[in-house]
Design a protein around this ligand. Sequence first.
Ligand SMILES: CCCCCCCC/C=C\CCCCCCCC(=O)NCC(=O)O
Length: 586
Amino acid sequence: MQDLKVLLDGVKGDTGTAAVLGAAACGVVGVLLLLRTVSRGREVERKIQRARSRRTEVLQRADQAVLRYRQTHSTADSASILALPLAELREKLQTGSLSPEDVLYTYMEQTLAVNAKLNCCTEIIMESFDQLKTIGSNKDGLLYGVPISLKENISYKNYTSTCGMVKNLDKPAQKDSVLVEVLKKQGAIPFAKTNVPQALLSYDCSNPIYGETKNPCNPKKSPGGSSGGEGALITAGGSVLGLGTDIGGSVRIPASFCGICGFKPTAGRLSSLGVNSSLQGQKSVLTTPGPMARDVDSLALFMQAVLCDHMFELDPTVPPLPFNMQTYKSSRPLRIGYYDNDGYSQPSPSMARAVREVKALLEDAGHTLVPYLPLKLDHTMTELLLRGLFADGGVTLLEQVKGGPMVPGFALQILPYRIPNWIKKFLSLLIKPVSSRVAGFLSAVCGVGSPQNVWKNQAAVAEYTNETISYWRKINIDVLLCPMIGPAYWPRYAGKSSTPLSYSMIYNLLNFSAGTVTVSTVTEEDEEELKHFKGIYQDFQDRLFKEAVTGGVGLPVSVQCVSLPWQDEMCLRLMKEVEELVRSRK
Ligand SMILES: CCCCCCCC/C=C\CCCCCCCC(=O)NCC(=O)O
């Protein structure tokens, strides 16, 4: 200390030396910071490598387990097991004509093969093999012996839910999520976890840890997201039932992009304890777990299985409403609202055609179809939905992804949250004459500014919900038929193209029940019509959407069915009817 004082005294008045010392100090600090960044980068890289090696190792172990099983057991007919719809599979398991062992090993084998092609799994749950030893005690369960895949963010004890973010690596769940516990009690065997996009806030499916998942219908296309791993795995036959989550369409969009069925129940109907998200605590737009499968009966069976006393006991915040089979099975003619264009995002030709065709089928079947249009979508999408979702101006999301690598396109996706609000507001004014929609987006992602405004936003959402319910009452409709985003995008377009989310996310904002059923495929005529697509606003969002869905001939096309909150069975009923009508037309 004394030496330092002498040194400083020595340089006092000598400004040249002081400047040199100052510069040297800055240099040292700079080098230290650089070293810290490099070392953190290396640590991140090591973490990612560890996770990938662990996955490779677990895939190999699962592969060997399947091999051993095949060598020691007379081979069950895999193809016929994989072809069974869930209802039949379940019956054969319950009557004992199929064993849970044969079914699990068959699905495991298929999953490993599918994953090698599509990169859809993040984990194989090795405990699924152990579960076979005790499964007999769940023989009465509605899902006895049924293998089920889980989206990566659903907690399973000792497995990490990264939500596609490096910072969450190496934090294994302390316990099973409530849904996993309930599923196990019902005899289901969770056996794989599936891939998601970075931070879950995208309808693409790529993250820096596990990479990009491919669409089984066209590997060059995205499977959708965020439950994209589920969409790909189920479509390719690796799973007969899966569990995803949906805050903006993350169950419905991958179901639509891959060609299966997906159901987003009313948020609150199923327990969310142990279901991870990147915007925990955000209440304006609600997230919910929801099932995905090849047919609607499987979705209904899932709901019936988990809406049980065990779930109501484990999570008393869930209303004790068992599945209403009477509503699901009812054949009472319905009054069905419909729209093929929401007036905010022009649908692709196949999206609109699918609604028109299903409308005609429903009319022929004796239902009454009533024109419908979502209220004030322009204002609602930006001022209620986006401003509510990012009430904090995106701070939470930025914190989540800080310091980690980003998948291509993600940096651009989160750029608006990095730009200071005064610049965004200025840009919003500049852009307004060109696209009021994009201007609204820039203004909305500035957030709400104060806690008081959070409450105002939530009150406005409640008011909008009430207005919408009154509108349903006024035109006296039971359910709604409308488009679902599709066909599958080229990878990385989802991060740039947000406006089509008006078709899915509006029902998260309203917290209505909504599900998708695949009803058609893109035709040459659809593709030809797409060439003349201009869009409603004719802005860059419209141009991006057009680019994203080109090259879709032969890809699946879905429609969406919607019902009022807590009328989940009614929504499933319409989905089932749509599925049957479309099947009987073929
Ligand atoms: C240019 C105008 C844009 C208007 C409004 C767009 C609103 C969307 C904005 C942000 C992107 C949010 C993407 C959400 C995708 C689905 C994610 C999802 O459902 N995740 C499930 C989960 O988190 O559990």
